[in-house]
Write a protein that binds this ligand. Sequence first.
Ligand code: SAM
Length: 214
Amino acid sequence: MNSIYSTGDHGDVAALYDRLAPKYDKLHRRWLKHAGGEAQAALEASVRAIVTPDKNLLDAGSGTGAFARALISEGMSPACVTLLDPSEAMLARCADIPALKVNGRLESLPFADGQFDIVTCAWALETVARPEVALGELCRVVRPGCTLCITFCANMSARTAADWLMRQSIIWRGRGRFLSREHVVRMPERSGKFEVRSVPSLGPAATLIARRIA
Ligand SMILES: C[S@@+](CC[C@H](N)C(=O)[O-])C[C@H]1O[C@@H](n2cnc3c(N)ncnc32)[C@H](O)[C@@H]1O
């Protein structure tokens, strides 16, 4: 199949995130402010529209756990939350979150088919070596009738010089790629098991809401 990513080369980034962990939140805030904020807001609003305290949620590529922390503070039961990341240092930044933490990878999720009501994956799909394998795994663990929400760096045209600079810095530093939004949408759709909506946002980023229909 065609590659779903558009630029950049990629190695194993878990070690990179181990090093980045202490300053990740500050760096990520900068990314959200200048480039990814609308896409992140779209993901968060989509999840908040469907979440109930008892739904079980997987945050895959959870990083420092900012969104899960917010959902729990809003009433979600931590017992219903699973955080997965391959970087021990990033997982260690989630020590205050009383949720299940799993050291694992998107490309081989250690969960049963259809195990989760909500699966989120923010800014991680583009960091893995084989995004199409990762996307297949994310789809697999969504329960029929339930939802996968993904936000990623996408091959949208840069709006501003700041967008362009942020994009180049991610590519130069090997922190990820800019995936083809069309390819990412097509993958779950082609399985016949998902209806996918792409939420419009500005910036070199995209948010997809995929509802499992079968
Ligand atoms: C840009 S951070 C995003 C973190 C968080 N989702 C957020 O919104 O702030 C990317 C995360 O993906 C993780 N990651 C890298 N390779 C991964 C893989 N193969 N499977 C799962 N997560 C991975 C990194 O360790 C890092 O925590």
